[in-house]
Design a protein around this ligand. Structure first.
Ligand code: CUA
Length: 332
């Protein structure tokens, strides 16, 4: 219990080396304070219990030395903790000049990792994570070992937070501004990455991995991802990678309900809207529902879908709609 391994997985971030010792320092200060305070409490309550004959003649009076002591000691301890914590926080937050940049986008309810210099984009929805795991490919955020990485985070909708316990790293990602943090992984492996700000229905599904590769493996991973980025857009991949599948089923035997309507056989379907109107699902309705989802909400569902306006290119939108039309509809 007095070993960091009891509380946390092994630390593999060289920029957060001080975190564990600070944690143990605070733990010990707390344990010692607890023992001293409770010890005094127990001792005094026994000594001055009702039936004891201890002298109660001297009423308590001011003791200047004592006052100063119990003010100074906690102040000094708190200043040490403050200095120590701030120094390590700043070390992680100030980007290193030579760091590799990765942009993290949090949105309901998945992560996107953009590598501006390498020109690649990795997505981490539950579907893509599962697929990559099955096929033995790196999952989630992929980084090289022993390389400083700067994470620049933002959010497309609400507050999310990137939490990587093995890196001792947690950083909120916030709409309309960037937050910066950094790490340098010291060991190859696969580590957990959680969202640690409650962000709605599928907050608990916003988990993925950090995969730390050797530098050579990372280089070939980037090369493979770059060549894939040039191939034509596939609507099914886009659907899985844009978070759609988190709320919309595309399978004929999905149970009714869910966060969003099933999209199996959607094209040409007559839908009743929350306004009481009906609409026939065509290309324009699909497009509107992607770009401005709350304009015409199907009866029985809430206006919860985030807008994808500006987040998909024209080609991507078209590819997505072509894919949706093929889902068992009149073309299927
Ligand atoms: Cu995103 Cu919780």
């Amino acid at each position: 219990m007095f070993d960091i391994g009891f509380w946390m997985p092994e630390s593999v971030n060289s920029l957060a080396q001080g975190t564990d010792s600070l944690f143990m320092f605070i733990l010990w200060v707390s344990v010692i304070s607890l023992v001293v305070v409770c010890g005094a409490m127990v001792f005094l309550s026994i000594r001055y219990r009702a039936s004891s004959s201890a002298s109660r003649d001297k009423p308590p009076k001011d003791h200047f030395g004592l006052e100063v002591t119990w003010t100074l000691i906690p102040t000094v301890i708190l200043m040490v903790i403050f200095y120590w914590g701030t120094r390590d926080y700043v070390r992680m937050s100030v980007p290193q000049a030579e760091a590799m940049e990765v942009r993290v986008l949090g949105q309901k309810w998945f992560w996107t990792f953009d590598y501006p210099k390498q020109g690649i984009r990795l997505q981490a929805t539950e579907e893509i994570n599962d697929k990559n795991t099955r096929e033995g490919r790196p999952v989630g955020l992929v980084v090289p070992v022993d390389t400083p990485v700067r994470l620049v985070g933002s959010s497309a909708d609400v507050l999310h937070s990137v939490y990587i316990p093995s890196f001792r790293m947690k950083k909120d990602v916030i709409p309309n501004r960037y937050t910066v943090t950094g790490f340098r992984a010291t060991k190859e492996g696969v580590y957990d990455l959680f969202c640690t700000e409650y962000c709605g229905t599928k907050h608990s599904g916003m988990i993925t991995k950090v995969t730390v590769l050797s530098q050579a493996e990372f280089a070939s991973f980037v090369e493979a991802a770059q060549s894939k980025a040039d191939s034509p857009i596939d609507g099914a991949t886009l659907f899985a990678g844009s978070g759609c599948a988190g709320c919309h089923s595309v399978s004929p035997d999905a149970p009714p309900g869910g966060i969003g309507p099933s999209l199996y056989n959607v094209y040409g379907r007559k839908e009743r809207l929350t306004t009481g109107d009906t609409v026939i699902v065509d290309e324009n309705y699909l497009r509107e529902s992607i770009e401005n989802p709350i304009a015409k909400v199907v009866e029985g569902y809430g206006p919860v879908m985030p807008s994808y306006a500006g987040r998909l290119t024209e080609e991507e939108l078209t590819a997505l709609i072509v894919y949706l039309k093929g889902l068992g509809g009149i073309n299927g």
